[in-house]
Design a protein around this ligand. Structure first.
Ligand code: AGP
Length: 607
C-alpha cells in the first residue's frame, strides 16, 4: 500500500504535494519521492526513509512548477532505497510514473523491454510502466498509457507525467484506490481523501478499469477502451482525522475491513495453473528433500499463525514441525542444523526475540525463511528467503490483517513444500488453490455480518473472564481470539483445547461465564459439541462459531455465528474475523484506546 498525490493548477506544486503526502504517510513510509515539471525538464528528488528526509533533502532547493506527482512507498518489490523510491522514469526521463499496487508480470515485461534496449535503474515492478509508455508513445500520452495497461497484469493506481505534455496528467486504476480532487481551476490526484481535504471536498472516486486525463481545463474520464464516461461528484463530509482512517473510527477497524484486499494482494502472482509459485523462495526440490524438520518461531499473533503452519505443513508436506515462542526458542537448546528449515514470522520484521532466534538458527547452520510484512526489515534482510505478506502498513497495535495474510503465507509455503515433495495429489492441490482464490470474497461475506458481532459485544461490557474453546486448528484460532480480546479490552481471556477443559479448568466455568466455542473442523464437530454440552451443564453462556452448513450446535449454544463454508484448512482465515471484531467492539464499549492499548507497543524491539 503506497501513497500518491498529483497536482496541476495555479499554485506552486511542491508545497501542495508535500503537504498532501503527509496525510498519506500511514499508507507507507519507507521511502518517498517527488517529480515536478519545469521549463528545463522533469526534476525528480527521491529519498529512502520517512517523508521528513525528503523534505530536508529539497529544503534548500528552488522549484518553479505548477504540475507534479509525489509518492510515499510501502515496498513490495525492491527493498527501500533511494533508487527504488518512486517516481520512476523511462530511459530518457521523458515520462515519470508513481504507482500503488503490484504488477504481477513485471519480471517478464522487464525481459521483453530489455531486449528492446530499455535500461532499468531500479529493482521495482513499477519502473516497467514508464518504459512501456516510452515504448508505445507515438505523440499521444493518453493512448500510450492505455496501450501500456493492456500489457500489465496485477493491481495498480498510477499517475503518469510527461515532459512532452506539460499541461496534462494521465491516471489509471485497477484494484488500488485513486480519487480526483476538483479545486478552483486546480486538480488533484490522491490515493486517499485526506490528501486533498485542505483544498477541496469535491472529489471523483475513480472506479476499477478507469482512466482519467486531467488538465488545467478540466477532467476527462474514460474506460480502458477510450470510451468517455460521465461521473458524479462525491462530496466529502469527513473531518481530516476521520479521513486518515478512511472514515473508520479506529485504524484497527479499518485494517479489519482491509483484509479482503490484503488477502487478495498476498495471493497476487503466487498462484498459477500448476499450483503455488514463490519466486522469492530459492529452495530446490533437493534442498526441500534434505529437511528432516521445520522449526517455526515467532511471538504473539505471529506465533498463532505459526501454529496453523505446523498443522498444514505436517498434514500436506509430511515434514515434522515444531513451533516455538521466540523468547523461549534459544533457551531450550533447540536441535537444529543444516537439515532444519527455520521459518520466522514477524509482521514488523523487527521483533527482538524473533530476530535473535533467526540469528541463532543461522549460526546452527539452518536455512531460514522469513514471513514478514515489511520489505527491507531486519528479519527480511537477514533471512535466506522471504515470503512477504502484502497487507500494507498495519498501524493498530492489535494485529489483524497481518495475521490473516500470515496464515495465507503458511498455506502457500505448505503447498509449495508439498508440491516439491509430491506428497499431495495434483488434483487435490488444484482444489485447495481454487478455494484459496475465493477466500478474500468469503472474508468480505463475514465482514458483512459485523453488526451482529457488535450487538454480541455489548454483553461483554462488564465481563471479567472469558474462555475460547476449540480443537485442532480451532484451538490455534482460539488462542488468537483470546489474545485479541485481552490486549485491547483488558478482559482476562483464556484459550483452551476443548478436550482438555475437563482436566482442571472446567472448575472455573460457572453460571453465565462467557465461552466462545469454535467448530470449523468437520471431523471434530461431535467432540466439540460434547465439550460445549459440558460447559452448558455448568450454565456457561456459549457463543458458537461454525460453518453455515452445520446446524448441530443450534440447539445447544446461546448465540451462533455462521461462517461461509470453506476447506477445514482455510477456515482459520475466516474464523478469526468475528473474533477480531468481537475484541474491537468490546474494547470500544469499554471506552479503551483501541489502537494504542495500555502497556503495549506495535513492535517489541527489546528482549
Ligand atoms: C498482536 O496483536 C500483538 N500486538 C503482538 O502479539 C504481536 O503479534 C507480536 O509482538 C509480534 O510482532 P511481530 O509480528 O511484528 O513480530
Amino acid at each position: 500500500m503506497c501513497g500518491i498525490v498529483g497536482y496541476i493548477g495555479h499554485k506552486q506544486a511542491v508545497p501542495v504535494l508535500l503537504e498532501g503526502l503527509k496525510k498519506l504517510e500511514y499508507r507507507g513510509y519507507d521511502s518517498s519521492g517527488i517529480a515536478v515539471l519545469e521549463e528545463s525538464g522533469i526534476r525528480i528528488v527521491k529519498s529512502v526513509g520517512k517523508l521528513a528526509v525528503l523534505e530536508e533533502k529539497i529544503s534548500n532547493r528552488t522549484f518553479r512548477s505548477n504540475i507534479g506527482i509525489v509518492h510515499t512507498r510501502w515496498a513490495t518489490h525492491g527493498r527501500p532505497s533511494d533508487i527504488n523510491a518512486h517516481p520512476h522514469m523511462d530511459c530518457h526521463g521523458d515520462f515519470v510514473v508513481v504507482h500503488n499496487g503490484i504488477i504481477e508480470n513485471y519480471l517478464e515485461l522487464r525481459e521483453v523491454l530489455k531486449k528492446e534496449g530499455h535500461i532499468f535503474r531500479s529493482e521495482t515492478d513499477t519502473e516497467v510502466v514508464a518504459h512501456l509508455v516510452e515504448q508505445y508513445y507515438e505523440g499521444d500520452l493518453e493512448e500510450a498509457v492505455r496501450y501500456a495497461l493492456t500489457k500489465i497484469k496485477g493491481s495498480y493506481a498510477l499517475v503518469v507525467l510527461s515532459y512532452m505534455h506539460p499541461d496534462i496528467m494521465v491516471a489509471a486504476r485497477k484494484d488500488s484506490p485513486m480519487i480526483v480532487g476538483i479545486g478552483d481551476n486546480e486538480y488533484f490526484f490522491a490515493s486517499d481523501i485526506p490528501a486533498v481535504l485542505k483544498h477541496t471536498r469535491q472529489t471523483y472516486i475513480m472506479e476499477d478499469r478507469e482512466m482519467v486525463v486531467v488538465s488545467a481545463e478540466g477532467v476527462k474520464f474514460c474506460d480502458f477502451y477510450g470510451n468517455e464516461k460521465e461521473k458524479c461528484i462525491f462530496e466529502v463530509h469527513w473531518d481530516p482525522i476521520a479521513a486518515e482512517k478512511g472514515g473508520y473510527e479506529h485504524f484497527m477497524l479499518k485494517e479489519i475491513f482491509e483484509q479482503p484486499k490484503a488477502l487478495k494482494d498476498t495471493l497476487a502472482g503466487r498462484l498459477n495453473d500448476d499450483g503455488v509459485v514463490l519466486q522469492e523462495v530459492d529452495l530446490s526440490p533437493k534442498d526441500i528433500a534434505s529437511f528432516n524438520k521445520i522449526a517455526i518461531v515467532a511471538c504473539g499473533t505471529a506465533y498463532h499463525a505459526g501454529l496453523i503452519g505446523r498443522s498444514l505443513i505436517e498434514r500436506w508436506a509430511k515434514i515434522p514441525v515444531e513451533v516455538d515462542i521466540a523468547s523461549e526458542f534459544r533457551y531450550r537448546s533447540p536441535l537444529i542444523d543444516q537439515n532444519t528449515l527455520v521459518v520466522v514470522i514477524s509482521q514488523s520484521g523487527e521483533t527482538a526475540d524473533t530476530l535473535a532466534a533467526l540469528r541463532e538458527s543461522k549460526k546452527q547452520g539452518a536455512r531460514v525463511v522469513a514471513i514478514t510484512n515489511v520489505v527491507g526489515s531486519s528479519v527480511a534482510r537477514e533471512a535466506h528467503d522471504v515470503i512477504y505478506t502484502w497487507a500494507g502498513p498495519e498501524i493498530a497495535v492489535a494485529s489483524t490483517k497481518a495475521y490473516t495474510t500470515q496464515i495465507e503465507s503458511v498455506v502457500l509455503l505448505a503447498l509449495y513444500l508439498a508440491q516439491a515433495k509430491k506428497t499431495m495429489p495434483q488434483e487435490w492441490i488444484h482444489e485447495i488453490i481454487a478455494e484459496l482464490r475465493v477466500i478474500p470474497f468469503k472474508a468480505q461475506e463475514v465482514l458483512r455480518q459485523a453488526n451482529k458481532i457488535e450487538q454480541l459485544a455489548q454483553n461483554f461490557k462488564d465481563v471479567e473472564n472469558t474462555f475460547f474453546l476449540g480443537r485442532g486448528l480451532d484451538w490455534a484460532v482460539a488462542q488468537e481470539g483470546s489474545l485479541k480480546l485481552k490486549e485491547i479490552s483488558y478482559i482476562h481471556a483464556e484459550a483452551y483445547a476443548a478436550g482438555e477443559l475437563k482436566h482442571g479448568t472446567l472448575a472455573l466455568i460457572t453460571k453465565d461465564t462467557p465461552v466462545i466455542a469454535l467448530a470449523t473442523q468437520r471431523e471434530l464437530y461431535e467432540k466439540t459439541l460434547s465439550n460445549v454440552i459440558e460447559v452448558k451443564a455448568r450454565d456457561a453462556k456459549v457463543i458458537g462459531l461454525t460453518f453455515e452448513s452445520n446446524h448441530n450446535f443450534d440447539q445447544t449454544v446461546d448465540e451462533i455465528f455462521y461462517l461461509p463454508d470453506t476447506a477445514n484448512e482455510l477456515a482459520p482465515i475466516l474464523a478469526v474475523i468475528p473474533l477480531q471484531l468481537l475484541a474491537y467492539y468490546v474494547s470500544v464499549a469499554r471506552g479503551n484506546d483501541v489502537d494504542k492499548p495500555r502497556n503495549l507497543a506495535k513492535s517489541v524491539t527489546v528482549e
